[in-house]
Design a protein around this ligand. Structure first.
Ligand code: ATP
Ligand code: MG
Length: 575
């Protein structure tokens, strides 16, 4: 759990050497060398989530790495649930993790495993360790074990139970398994070295008593293996060749190796560590994410402001954009914090190519064209995607009464405002030029309607006399507009390094979600399927939210159009 992910000593990464996805990294080089020199004849990796929460974008990095290596080197990647802590694990998480990995575009095929499948084998191996005098049952409490452990500068002290005879250990361990002892009263520990410089080798706990129902093994077990005892042995059972994990496990590697050496395991996996993904404005820790959900700070695990994979999906981020992003970040050994704008940039890059353009008005202002025939409707041809000719065109209805964006009009415009104003002509995209002739206000002085005239010679958006208005506005025919709710999303936290100055939860931004009602969208958007992201012209990228009903469509803003990261990157190139 990286509560210190935003420590000031960690550099923030904004500008990689190239925006092209990285093709290789130190782990891929190791794998290639192992295959070249015959250490392995094939590569087996695994992604080992603990089913105690939803996957987040950091996991996406680990997924892309493990599944990516397997596919590039013609190997296989297992999905293995590390389900050794039944207290925090749930079927809901197991299901969501599988759905998210598939959605990201990766496939474990037939290689789906659970650490709990190996509980019998792990138990036998624990007994083997006891028999060979390399493990013992300890009666110390958790606090006492901690006190005996020593510090980075001082060696630990042996437990008074360390020299128990093998027979007594076998008997006690058996009785632990049978449920004779309450939680926390006894543990099984490896007998390694209480003076080892690496604290992980100071007789680490291998098994604990936990009278808890397991999602898969039910009440069969009341002792559960610790992560360190389950992980490497599970790798070995599955013939994993390269066990890739994040840097915080580097100090566990000597224990990983010790267990592999001291147990009759069927293969010898090797652990490698890479730097975890950290993002500005983001906290990637399940402990924090679960609190955001349980304390009601967000709408759930898939709230579009969350950094979870299911939230990014609900927000309208395409899987391709996430894959591109993790490829851009690359795989290294040094911890860093990546600017979240880089993720947004990768997503915009995909959406700009693929998203259909549509019309929507978020804050509507009525515009009436006085010289346009009443009751007339014209079908205007609108381009679906200027980046993709094959996306074709669509018909958009045009009529005498339209909605435009309130902020596209100013009664008393300052110098640099080129949009609509009294007496001024603008282009309505794919339609006509209109000139504002009058402004209608209510009794409070609020503008409620614009009166305009149009030039019939400008149909399609060009004038035969070469006139070129300085602004082009989007619009929606009032008779055809579909009402909608639109949810605008921004960073969940108000500072780039949430929690750096105290309480993380105090840094939650009050403006991270803004709900707009009374928005209007073009008719084609009423049928937009879930999972499709479009561009509302001039406004940003949006997608339907699963909360939508046929009578009440809801759209989430995926991203605005502005790409600050591209600008930063361009500046970086110039200096
Ligand atoms: P968290 O610390 O966010 O709660 P975790 O590491 O406890 O996550 P696991 O389910 O144990 O979550 O993680 C599964 C795999 O994903 C592990 O191999 C872990 O190293 C990797 N992983 C977790 N977080 C990140 C991250 N931020 N960047 C890259 N890989 C990660
Ligand atoms: Mg973990």
């Amino acid at each position: 759990m990286s509560t210190d992910q935003h420590a000031t000593t960690i550099p923030v990464v904004g500008i990689p050497n190239s925006s092209a996805p990285e093709r290789s990294d130190f782990i891929r080089e190791i794998v290639a060398a192992d295959l070249r020199n015959g250490k392995h004849s094939g590569v087996v990796t695994r992604f080992p989530p603990e089913p105690n929460g939803y996957l987040h974008i950091g996991h996406a990095k680990a997924i892309a790495l493990n599944f990516g290596i397997a596919s590039e080197f013609d190997g296989r990647c297992h999905l293995r649930f590390d389900d050794t802590n039944p207290i925090k694990e749930e079927q809901e998480y197991i299901d969501s993790i599988q759905a998210d990995i598939r959605w990201l575009g990766f496939d474990w095929g037939e290689y789906l495993y659970f650490a709990s499948d190996y509980f019998d084998q792990l138990y036998e191996w624990a007994v083997d360790l006891i028999r060979s005098g390399k493990a013992y049952v300890d009666d110390l409490s958790a606090d006492e074990i901690r006190e005996h452990r020593g510090t980075f500068t001082e060696p630990g002290k042996n437990s008074p139970w360390r020299e128990r005879p093998v027979e007594e250990n076998l008997d006690l361990f058996e009785r632990m398994r049978k449920g004779e002892f309450p939680d926390g009263t006894r543990v099984l520990r490896a007998k390694i070295d209480m003076a080892a410089p690496n604290i992980n080798l100071r007789d680490p706990v291998l098994y604990r008593v936990l009278h808890a129902e397991h999602p898969r093994t039910g009440d069969k077990w009341c002792i559960y293996p610790m992560y360190d005892f389950a992980h490497g042995q599970s790798d070995a059972i599955e013939s994993v060749t390269h066990s890739i994990c994040t840097l915080e496990f580097e100090d566990h590697r000597p224990l990983y190796d010790w267990l592999i050496e001291n147990l009759p395991v069927p293969s010898r996996p090797q652990q490698y560590e890479f730097a975890r993904l950290n993002l500005t404005y983001t906290v990637l820790s399940k402990r924090v994410l679960v609190r955001l959900v349980n304390e009601g700070h967000v709408r759930g695990w898939d709230d579009p402001r969350m950094p979870t994979v299911s939230a990014l999906r609900r927000r309208g981020f395409p899987a391709e954009g996430i894959r591109d992003f993790v490829a851009m970040v690359g795989v290294g050994k040094a911890n860093s914090i990546v600017e979240v704008e880089m993720l947004e940039h990768a997503v915009r890059d995909v959406l700009n190519r693929t998203a259909a353009r549509r019309f929507a008005v978020l804050r509507p202002l009525k515009l009436v064209i006085e010289n346009y025939p009443e009751g007339q409707v014209e079908e205007m041809d609108a381009v679906n995607n200027p980046e993709d000719a094959s996306a074709g065109t669509r018909k958009v209805p045009f009529s005498r009464e339209l909605w435009i964006e309130r902020e596209d009009f100013m009664e008393d415009p300052p110098k640099k405002f080129f949009r609509l104003a009294p007496g001024r002509e603008v282009r309505l995209r794919y339609a006509y030029f209109v000139t504002c002739t009058d402004v209608v206000k209510d009794s409070d002085g609020e503008i409620v309607e614009l009166r305009c005239s149009y030039d019939p010679a400008t149909r399609g958006g060009d004038s035969p006399d070469g006139r070129r208005p300085k602004a082009t506005l989007h619009w929606i025919s009032a008779d055809h507009a579909v009402p909608a709710e639109v949810r605008l999303y921004d960073h969940l936290y108000s500072r780039s390094d949430p929690g750096a100055e105290g309480d993380l939860f105090a840094d939650l931004s009050p403006d991270s979600e803004q709900v707009l009602s009374g928005c209007l969208v073009e008719p084609t958007l009423a049928e937009l399927p879930l999972g499709e992201t479009v561009q509302f012209e001039r406004l940003g990228y949006f997608c339907p939210d699963p909360d939508s009903t046929p009578d009440h469509p809801i759209f989430n803003r995926t991203l605005t159009l502005r790409d600050t990261w591209a600008r930063v990157q361009a500046q970086g190139r110039n200096t």
